[in-house]
Ligand binder design. Structure first.
Ligand SMILES: [Ca+2]
Ligand SMILES: [Ca+2]
Ligand SMILES: [Ca+2]
Length: 177
């Protein structure tokens, strides 16, 4: 159902970036997941089924996982509400042609700071989240949940640290293809 994207191009791009800025060479990032905004059931298309499912989530009849939350917040205000429902409906009716959240979003697992690298900065941010001193957006939360159990805790922090130390290349959320 979900598209697993092993991105060689991203890896090459990061290699060039790392070399160009003489940062420590971190493992190239190949563990990503791209979400189509509005595709609430993650089947690759945006249609009435997604609208129905979004209404069910708002009514607390279903529970969305991390990636579904990213897809559902079409107005990109960090909450899933009737405003998202109405916007998705307008999109399906052709009244609007794009979302404030964009058309798609790629989660780079382990990267919560948005630089597409997994570094000590990510470790610090996840640590601060666990300690309760920072908030993570749904996009950051999805990236931080590297074992894919829908919570962010010390288990994820350990995995991110092992990735930084090159002990483990792949996160459990993105098993090696
Ligand atoms: Ca869909
Ligand atoms: Ca929203
Ligand atoms: Ca987790």
């Amino acid at each position: 159902m979900k598209k697993r994207i092993g991105s060689l191009l991203v890896g090459l791009g990061l290699f060039v970036t790392v070399m160009g800025t003489s940062l420590p060479a971190f493992a190239a990032h190949s563990c990503t997941e791209t979400v189509t905004i509005g595709d609430v059931n993650l089947d690759g298309s945006v249609n009435a089924i997604d609208l129905l499912l979004l209404k069910q989530e708002i009514d607390c009849l279903v529970y969305f996982d991390n990636l579904q939350c990213i897809a559902a917040d079409v107005d990109y205000n960090a909450a899933i509400t009737m405003a998202d429902y109405n916007m998705l409906k307008d999109y399906l009716l052709g009244n609007i042609t794009s979302f404030p959240a964009g058309s798609s979003y790629t989660v780079y697992y382990g990267d919560v700071t948005g630089d597409q690298l997994v570094t000590d900065a990510d470790k610090t941010k996840v640590s601060n989240y666990i300690l309760g001193s920072v908030y993570l957006t749904s996009r950051e939360f999805a990236a931080a949940d590297v074992n894919g159990d829908q919570v962010v805790n010390s288990g994820d922090l350990t995995l991110i640290n092992r990735h930084i130390l090159n002990i483990e290349d792949h996160f459990p959320v993105c098993p090696q293809i």
